[in-house]
Design a protein around this ligand. Structure first.
Ligand code: ADP
Length: 638
């Protein structure tokens, strides 16, 4: 229904006239107000559609406040701010965008424009207001503004240069282009020619850029050259251009637009990467091992030059999993299983396997690999090495076999010699007894020599047996050995000698260590008996002590004996090495046994002596028991 409000005193008839019909057809809200009261005298059909309520009558300007609407900042629009009121008051056009509170409770953006209505005498008699819904328009404008802001932010953050070029015109730069090309903004303000543009490009790269431009213009395709330019800072910068040419329907070039980005850092990183890759390859080629790398999935992607030297085959033919072809069939399953496991778990890889040498021989290699991880712990590469251990393995095997043979031979020999030796000794002694007083001096001397010789051989055999058995025991599990107990047992065995020589043995508390007690008894026995045997004039004085040094114990057996010249400090530990003739009996094996015992327990043995007449101190280092074992042990003793 057409809204005609109150009496139409505006001076022009609307209701029922063709003007009303026309106004009702317009898809714009129309309001008429009279001057000077501001009374609304007419509203067309569309007003109701926009406001979703009938026209609100108002008898004066104040009445306009019944139309509730808001500014963009949320404050309510006052009566005098409405364009109709303003036009009536001022006689000129007015415009306002308001957020209108519609009859159905929703809000809509409306643009109100008003214009004065004057009579033939130019007297202001009223105002006409047009109301248009601008919700969509505002939304689009907002989106457009946001997109533009985002684009500008991106261009600024990326320090990107933009350019537009229409064929025949100058290049129009935008964004950071001037700075990137070492030009001041004022130089590029009216656009720049291709000559100026090219003059900033590194001479070596100009041809590349020109070729890219020609290609893009000829095909309408992308323009993507990367080249060097001289920046404002005077430094050479790498830039990447990304653009596209536009052609008309006949294929003639119209324009070329795009962006330029500084990629100096990327180029530097690429260069550094290339150099580091080169260094790695040079290093890999220089070491005696064969070096290789693999992808996180376990596919070999690089073999150093040694691959070709070893296999006689081209490395690249064996990338991926193709190296399997050269692997010994008996080692293949284990190798593949181990490698797959490590690739899956990231555990370090280590395996011995045979690879076919170019001579056709299968050679043993020790292969190891470790994963390289990025800052997030993700594996990005495996680096591996193969060391030719063929000779070493064969030599070790032979040595082990030879050692084992020797050990069992000397053990068997020493063991089997014991019985006949005992027989010789006892029968010679029997013979000596039987012929006592009946032999002349010469014969007695011969007899004594035989008896002594037999005794010495027997001693030697016993020592040899002790020496070889140090290695034999090693298969048995180690136990906690109380060294005080071992020392006391050794002293028990030597009690006669100790008493006989009036020796004084001072002992301090000794620690417990892991190992074999009998071997330590033997060790103390040999060292103590030497201290007594190699005594000087007075009675032997011996001190046994222990001192903790970090994770080790250092034990010492110190005597006041004849001492040892520093020249012989190393030599005396060798088998059969003695510094004396048979005036002081001995086999020269005692210290060799001691050294073997200490070494088998992971330690070291050495002697300190200032030389003849200064006594000797034999020291040996032994690893202390792990803390938790020691604690458990002392707790069990409480
Ligand atoms: P043996 O005592 O049977 O000769 P060892 O291997 O026990 O053989 O000792 C090697 C040599 O080291 C001895 O011959 C001796 O000259 C010297 N020696 C060992 N212990 C001492 C010591 N406490 N004082 C002086 N010399 C020693």
């Amino acid at each position: 229904m057409t809204q005609t409000v109150g009496q139409n005193s505006i001076g022009f008839p609307v209701e029922g006239t063709s003007l009303q019909w026309v106004l009702d057809q317009i898809p714009v809200g129309i309001l008429l107000a009279e001057a000077p009261s501001g009374r609304i005298v007419f509203g067309n059909k569309h007003i109701e559609a926009i406001c979703r309520h009938p026209v609100i009558p108002s008898s004066n300007k104040e009445g306009h406040k019944q139309w509730i609407s808001y500014h963009a900042d949320g404050t309510q629009v006052q009566s005098h701010e409405y364009p109709l009121v303003r036009t009536i008051e001022t006689g000129i056009r007015a415009e306002l965008e308001v957020h209108y509170q519609r009859g159905d409770g929703t809000r809509s953006w409306i643009r109100i424009t008003s214009a004065p209505i004057r009579d033939s005498g130019n007297q202001l008699i009223g105002a006409i207001g047009a109301l248009i819904e601008i919700d969509t328009q505002r939304r689009n404008t907002d989106e457009l503004r946001q997109t533009r802001e985002r684009l500008e932010a991106a261009i600024n953050v990326a320090e990107m240069g933009l350019w537009t070029w229409h064929v025949g015109g100058p290049i129009i730069p935008d964004g950071n282009l001037a700075t990137l090309f070492g030009l001041r903004q004022e130089h590029v303000d009216g656009g720049l020619s291709w000559d100026v543009y090219y003059s900033r490009i590194h001479p070596d790269d100009r041809a590349t850029v020109e070729a890219a431009r020609r290609m893009a213009l000829a095909t309408g395709g992308p323009y993507t050259p990367e080249y060097r330019v001289l920046g404002l800072d005077g430094e050479v910068h790498w830039v990447a251009a990304r653009g596209r040419a536009k052609l008309d329907v006949n294929g003639n070039p119209l324009s070329l637009n795009g962006a330029v980005l500084d990629i100096t850092d990327r180029k530097r990183t690429e260069q550094a990467l290339r150099e580091s890759e080169e260094r790695f390859r040079t290093l890999a080629a220089a070491v005696p091992q064969l070096i290789w790398t693999a992808t996180p999935e376990g596919d070999v992607d690089y073999f150093s030059e040694q691959w070709a030297e070893f296999t006689g085959e081209k490395a690249t033919d064996f990338h991926g999993w193709r190296w399997e072809k050269l692997m010994h069939p008996d080692d293949l399953a284990d190798t593949v299983a181990a490698w797959s496991h490590c690739v899956k778990t990231g555990e370090p890889y280590e395996i011995n396997q045979r690879l076919r040498h170019h001579s056709g021989e299968w050679r043993w290699l020790l292969t190891r690999a470790r994963p390289l991880r990025d800052t997030n712990g993700k594996i990005y590469k495996w680096v591996g090495s193969c060391t030719d251990i063929h000779k070493q393995l064969l030599t070790e095997n032979e040595l082990r076999r030879a050692n084992a043979d020797l050990e069992s031979f000397s053990f068997a020999a020493a063991h089997d010699l014991q019985e006949p030796l005992r027989m010789i000794t006892s029968h010679t002694q029997l013979l000596a007894k039987r012929f006592e007083g009946k032999l002349d001096d010469d014969s007695r001397e011969v007899m004594d020599t035989v008896v002594n010789g037999a005794k010495r051989i027997s001693l030697l055999v016993q020592d040899l047996l002790a020496y070889t058995s140090v290695a034999r025991n090693i298969e048995q599990p180690r136990e906690i050995v109380d060294l005080n107990r071992a020392l006391n047992r050794a002293l028990d065995h030597l009690s006669e000698t100790v008493t006989g020589t009036n020796a004084k043995v001072r002992t301090t508390p000794l620690p417990c260590v892991m190992g074999y007690e009998l071997q330590f008894v033997q060790l103390f026995q040999n060292l103590l008996s030497n201290s007594i045997k190699y005594r000087s004039e007075g009675a032997p004085e011996i001190t046994v002590e222990a001192e903790r040094k970090g994770v080790n114990w250092i034990l010492s057996v110190k005597d006041n004996g004849i001492g040892i010249d520093p020249e012989y400090h190393k030599q005396i530990f060798g088998v059969f090495k003695r510094l004396h003739d048979q005036q002081i009996p001995g086999t020269g094996i005692g210290l060799a046994i001691c050294q073997r015992v200490v070494e088998r327990h992971g330690g070291q043995l050495w002697v300190e002596s200032a030389g003849e007449g200064h006594g000797s101190t034999f020291r040996f280092l032994l690893p202390a028991m792990p803390e938790e074992v020691a604690l458990k042990f002392s707790a069990s003793k409480l």
